[in-house]
Structure formats: structure tokens, C-alpha cells
Design a protein around this ligand. Structure first.
Ligand SMILES: Cc1ncc(COP(=O)(O)O)c(C=O)c1O
Length: 483
């Protein structure tokens, strides 16, 4: 009986996903590639063949199906956690449209981001202002547009809320141990437990309504225990807030979940997080602010070699047979100039501490050289700092050859600059989501989750397609499944 319920429930969610993606396929002219589990390099080579002329600008191939698969994964492992996508990570309209359709909320940090989300027809209840440093105009905007959920971590923040958005529902952000995360935020955000306690008193005196606790363990988190410790700390603040008479409603577990292959996988983080939530916050509405989880793997970047130099270097002095000083051994290096660089998509090397992997992408019927050389990849601008990879071993490329970079959807275009006039990309949308395959995978994974939790049963939960989340728990659909 329960298996039947699971199946019908899963089908219902997947049917909704299917409707959303079918709509987006039309809107973005996405090419269906449903035979593939994930996007293949051979598919990308074929897609690139669609350009009549070799594209001057870099090309992003965006797999909208990959984002749906990420949502399916999220529902399996964090069934009662509602994602509020961190718009800052990648504001591509297809991504926003898709997450809107699948009932996601949005974490916004500015008027611009908030307006973009409102313009997509998302209701104000589905927006969270998660940046604790809230400028006054943003608070005024939030007040005018009915955005109530805001985050604060200091007294000045509470004072501003009191004056400029007195009806706001405040979530207190606490500090975390982010030492295992690639991008750390605790130097800048989050109240210590002691400060959080005193903020509760300040809020009480100002009649500011505190409804929750939040944290962010840092982006690219490498330690599941950081989440567990933060959930425990949030529980301490939660209980203190209740003792002051606040009606606590929301735990916000922030972002930090991996979006592509990482040292610690999503399930390795999600399983202990889910357990901690069940232990410390049973029955509570839990939200999160994932960014890269949804966007990273959906984008593949294809760059073109626009210039090439072969550098011959000899830095040493040797002595020849006649005893004269001469040049020492000569080293050769191939230097390639690509049409995207660190001022554009590859700003992620600096701001996101990203590691990128260049992969040669042969044109159809092109046979690439097999000999490898020491190679350096530069971006297109006039700055020597504009270097994507230095001194790596790579096959020899020629002008016009393509170099592919997978997992380029997080913190790339979002922070790009127009420096030197290079600020344009071609976008090709594809869809690898196959509802039939996902249905089978889902059932298989329900069994897998059951094994991990060791309880012989798993909880599968999701949101109605029109989740206007006044109360997320009410909106949630819950089905217990037995393995
Ligand atoms: C407040 C806030 N929430 C969420 C995120 C998203 O983090 P991630 O992409 O690691 O999930 C960030 C990232 O900067 C952030 O600052």
C-alpha cells in the first residue's frame, strides 16, 4: 500500500516537473536530449556544429534537465527542507523560471534581485532577504512589496528593521565554524551565541518580531559536521528566543551544498543534516539557501582558441664542448588565448576559489593531436593576470579549436565584468530530463536512502506546484515509503 502511495506521489511530483520543463523547452527552444543520462561531450560537439560560422563569443550549453534532476535529488535527501535558491549564484532566467515552477523560494540580497524575482510572478512570501547587511532602501522596498522574511545578525540591523520595516519577520543568523569551507563567511556574518542572546533582548525591546534562526556554513562545505554543529547551536538560540515569548517558526540551514563532484558529496552532507533536523527541530519548518547545488553542473562552457604562441625559453647558461658559455636546455610551452577569461566567466578562479578543468572538444570528424605539451591558457584581455591555467600538460591545439569547461554554472557569469569589451556569450539550451528514467531512479533511490538511514523506511516529501509558502509545512506533501 505504501509503495503504491510512494509511486503515485512521486509520479505526481515528476508530472509537475515534466509540465514545467515542457513549458520551458518551448520558451527557451531547448533541444531535447532524453537518451542521455547526462550531457555528453559528443552532444556538445554536435550542438556547436549548428553555428553556421564559428562563434566569435564563448558558448554556454545549459541543461535545464540537470536542474530538475538536482531538485529530484534534493527532495530525496532533504525531503522536509524547502530550498530558497540563492539568486546571486546565477540569475539566468531559465534557472529562475524552472525553480519557480518547481515551487522553490528565493534568497535575494538586493532590490535588483528581489525585483527580478517578483517580475517572474513569484509571490513575496517566497522571497527571503538573507544578506544580514540590509541597506535601508532595500528594507523600504521589502516593506512596500510585502517581503517579510529578513535576516539580521547585529543591533544596527534590528534598529533599521524597527524603523524601516517594522512588520518584518526576522531570522537571526548565527556564526558557524566554516573552517572546512572553500568560501568562508563567518569573518563577516553571523552572531555569536552570546550576541544572539543579547539581540533577542534588543528585538524584544524594539517590538521586532523574531521568527527563526539561520546559519551558513560557508560555500563549498567540506565537513558535514559543520552543519550538524550549527543545527545544535541554532537550537540553543531557538530555545532562548522562545523563553522571551517569540513564536519561533523557521530554521534556515543556509547554503554550502556541492553542485558537482566534490570532496564531500551531497548525500554525505544531507543524511546527517536530515538526522540533526529530526533530532533538534522535529515538526519545524526548515528552509535552506542553496546556490551552486542547483546551478553548477547545469552549465558547460565552450571557449575557442583565438591566438596561439609557442614560447621557447632557456633560462640556464651551459658550457659547450669548446668551453664557451651557451644556452642551456630549451623549454617549449604552448600558450593559448581563449575568448573567455578571468574578467568574465573565470572570475570564479579568484572569487569562488574554483578549480576548472579544460577538456579538448573536437569538431565533428576532427582528429585531435595526441601529443601533449606544457600549455598555458590565457583569457582575451590585455592583462597578464588573465590566466586560466598555467603550465599544464595538454594536447596541442590550433587556432579555432574548442576547449570545454564543465560545471561552470555557479558564480561565473554572475560576477563577470565587461573589462576590455569582452562580455557576450551565446546560450544553447538542452534538456536531458526524462521523466520515465527519473521515475525508476527515484524508486531505486528511495530504497538507497532507506539503507543509509538504516531504518528500513524513508520519508519522501515535496511541495505542491503552487507552493505559496505561508506555512511550508502545510504546503508539504508527505509520504512514507517502505523499502
Ligand atoms: C547568504 C547566502 N546564502 C546562500 C548562499 C549560497 O551558497 P552556496 O552557493 O554555497 O549554496 C550564499 C553564497 O554566497 C550566501 O551568501
Amino acid at each position: 500500500m505504501r509503495d503504491k502511495m510512494t509511486l503515485s506521489y512521486s509520479n505526481m511530483l515528476l508530472e509537475n516537473d515534466l509540465k514545467v520543463i515542457q513549458k520551458l523547452e518551448k520558451k527557451y527552444n531547448a533541444i531535447p536530449l532524453k537518451g542521455d543520462v547526462d550531457l555528453q561531450t559528443t552532444d556538445i560537439a554536435k550542438l556547436m556544429g549548428m553555428f553556421a560560422e564559428p562563434p566569435e563569443d564563448p558558448v554556454y550549453v545549459i541543461d535545464i534537465g540537470k536542474m530538475v534532476k538536482q531538485m529530484v535529488l534534493w527532495r530525496q535527501y532533504l525531503p522536509n527542507v524547502k530550498p530558497f535558491y540563492a539568486v546571486k549564484c546565477n540569475g539566468n532566467p531559465a534557472l529562475i523560471d524552472l525553480l519557480t515552477g518547481m515551487g522553490c523560494g528565493f534568497d535575494c540580497a538586493s532590490i535588483k534581485e528581489s525585483q527580478t524575482i517578483l517580475d517572474c510572478g513569484v509571490s513575496a512570501e517566497r522571497i527571503l532577504l538573507a544578506n544580514p547587511s540590509l541597506p535601508i532602501p532595500l528594507l523600504q522596498f521589502a516593506r512596500e512589496h510585502g517581503i517579510q522574511k529578513v535576516v539580521a545578525d547585529c543591533e544596527a540591523g534590528l534598529q533599521k528593521i524597527h524603523v524601516h520595516h517594522p512588520g518584518a519577520k526576522v531570522i537571526i543568523r548565527i556564526v558557524t565554524d566554516d573552517s572546512a569551507s572553500v568560501c568562508q563567511f563567518s569573518c563577516k556574518f553571523g552572531a555569536s551565541l552570546e550576541t544572539a542572546f543579547s539581540l533577542l533582548k534588543v528585538a524584544k525591546n524594539l517590538s521586532v518580531d523574531v521568527i527563526g534562526v539561520s546559519f551558513h556554513v560557508g560555500s563549498g562545505c567540506g565537513d558535514p559536521n559543520a552543519f550538524v554543529k550549527a543545527v545544535q547551536a541554532a537550537n540553543v538560540v531557538w530555545r532562548e528566543a522562545r523563553s522571551h515569548g517569540f513564536h519561533m517558526q523557521i530554521l534556515d540551514i543556509g547554503g554550502g551544498f556541492p553542485g558537482s563532484e566534490a570532496a564531500v558529496s551531497f548525500p554525505e552532507i544531507a543524511v546527517p543534516v536530515q538526522r540533526a533536523i529530526q533530532e533538534y527541530f522535529p515538526g519545524v519548518v526548515v528552509i535552506a539557501e542553496p546556490g551552486r547545488f542547483f546551478s553548477a553542473a547545469s552549465h558547460t562552457l565552450i571557449t575557442t582558441v583565438v591566438n596561439k604562441r609557442v614560447i621557447r625559453k632557456s633560462d640556464e647558461i651551459a658550457v659547450d664542448a669548446s668551453g664557451n658559455n651557451t644556452l642551456g636546455p630549451v623549454r617549449e610551452e604552448c600558450q593559448y588565448y581563449l575568448n573567455d577569461g578571468v574578467y568574465q566567466s573565470f572570475n570564479c578562479l579568484f572569487f569562488d576559489h574554483a578549480k576548472v578543468t579544460p577538456i579538448p572538444l573536437p569538431r565533428q570528424s576532427q582528429v585531435l593531436s595526441t601529443s601533449t605539451h606544457t600549455s598555458t591558457f590565457f583569457g582575451p584581455t590585455c592583462d597578464g593576470l588573465d590566466c586560466i591555467a598555467r603550465g599544464i600538460s595538454f594536447i596541442e591545439l590550433e587556432l579555432g579549436d574548442w576547449v570545454l569547461f564543465p560545471n561552470m554554472g555557479a558564480y561565473t557569469v554572475a560576477a563577470a565584468s565587461p573589462f576590455n569589451g569582452y562580455y557576450k556569450w551565446n546560450y544553447i539550451y538542452v534538456n536531458t530530463f526524462d521523466v520515465h528514467r527519473e521515475r525508476e531512479l527515484l524508486l531505486r533511490n528511495v530504497r538507497k536512502v532507506s539503507t543509509i538511514t538504516g531504518r528500513g523506511r524513508a520519508t519522501v516529501i515535496g511541495f505542491k506546484s503552487k507552493a505559496e509558502t505561508v506555512n511550508v509545512a502545510e504546503e508539504a506533501l508527505l509520504v512514507m515509503a517502505e523499502s
